[in-house]
Design a protein around this ligand. Structure first.
Ligand code: GLU
Length: 359
């Protein structure tokens, strides 16, 4: 458990700026608000904090130039808007941060950059080098080249993956709502200030977004919280349009929703297996294998596999499901789907326990 007061002791902070936070009611970049955000980042740095930003807003910043009155729906149009908008966004950030003599760097990532372990480590080294050189990295998905099936999908997830990879001490998602709400949209609506454990009662509170610019709404924020808290990183959701929100959060004021780090957190390599892959297939396992994995922390052995779905090669990450088709773990296989389907046993285990993660 981390108390609000302890937040002032964190050093490395990943801050995600949602599109709604940095655009105005005409859906153009909101320059006064962006200046105020840059000044808050400056204040955090003067408090000795290291700041990494994940900024959305490229599609919104580009769409007016291409003449779209609302957010386009075609992938190619979205990608064109992002290509145009990313330039203007970075040029705005550069001007605003230079007021505070802060140098910034653009980092554009695709899902494959994190799925491949060498590239994952390279991203980490680059970000660490930028931080050591007092530069504020400003990260976004490389929307222009990301194909639909291989996208991070949303910047909530991307920011949680970046926090997990660095690792950071705190993740802050700045959005246009005060935090996670009980009874959202009802007269009884109430902010939940603290979430100790993400379970179904919390997941059910998340609903998709209706805004024209936002991508994920509360649902993707809860998914980001699952990645962050299982990486032992507390996460805050707060309204980024409020004045001085960042220093107030760091000074421990009871604003927004704080998600507590999970006691059952995962070490670095297991985080990479669990969060940086879209499983290439799945293995249905019998009751005995399920118990051995969940209760005794064992490897998955060949006799426990009941069915094999999808096409995967040795070294790919797959889902592990129980006989009722519920995913309970993920792991990196030692054998291809072709061999498994031919009933050819592996030399040793199907998935070694070091490469197996309980979800
Ligand atoms: N990468 C998108 C953009 O810059 C935003 C994705 C998101 O907000 O989740 O417009």
């Amino acid at each position: 458990m981390i108390s609000r007061k302890q937040l002032k002791d964190v050093t490395r902070i990943v801050i995600k700026l949602g599109t709604g936070v940095i655009t105005n009611s005409d859906k153009h970049p909101d320059l006064p608000r962006m200046v105020h955000l840059a000044s808050q980042v400056n204040e955090l740095r003067r408090m000795g904090k290291e700041v990494v930003i994940v900024s959305s807003g490229a599609v919104a910043a580009g769409r007016h130039v291409l003449g779209f009155k609302s957010k386009p729906t075609e992938l190619a149009d979205l990608q064109a808007c992002a290509a145009v908008g990313q330039c203007s966004l970075m040029s705005i950030y550069q001007k605003l941060f230079s007021i505070y003599q802060i140098n910034i760097a653009q980092v554009l990532l695709t899902h494959d950059d994190l799925e491949d372990h060498d590239r994952y480590l390279n991203v980490r080294s680059t970000l660490q080098s930028l931080i050591q050189n007092q530069i504020v990295p400003i990260i976004n998905e490389n929307d222009t080249v990301s194909v639909e099936e291989l996208k991070f999908g949303d910047n909530d997830r991307l920011s949680a993956l970046v926090a997990s990879l660095l690792p950071a001490d705190l993740l802050i998602l700045l959005t246009t709502i005060d935090g996670l709400m009980q009874d959202f949209g009802q007269p009884t609506q109430k902010l939940i200030p603290n979430v100790e454990k993400i379970d179904d009662t919390i997941r059910v509170l998340a609903s998709g977004t209706r805004s024209d610019t936002a991508v994920g709404g509360m649902k993707t924020k809860i998914m980001a919280a699952e990645i962050s808290t299982r990486s032992c990183i507390p996460m805050l959701i707060a309204d980024g349009r409020k004045r001085d929100i960042l220093p107030q959060l760091i000074q421990g004021e009871e604003i927004g929703t704080l998600f507590q780090p999970d006691d059952d957190f995962l070490p670095g390599r297991k985080r990479w297996i669990a969060f940086c892959h879209y499983p290439k297939g799945s293995l249905i396992v019998d009751q005995g294998a399920h118990e051995a994995i969940v209760q005794r922390g064992k490897s998955l052995l060949f006799p426990g596999v009941r069915a094999v779905h999808g096409d995967f090669s040795e070294g790919d990450v797959v889902s592990i499901k129980d006989e009722r088709n519920r995913e309970f773990a993920r792991g990196m296989v030692e054998i291809s789907s072709t061999k498994l389907k031919l009933n050819e046993p592996p030399a040793e285990e199907v998935i070694h326990r070091n490469n197996l993660v309980l979800l």
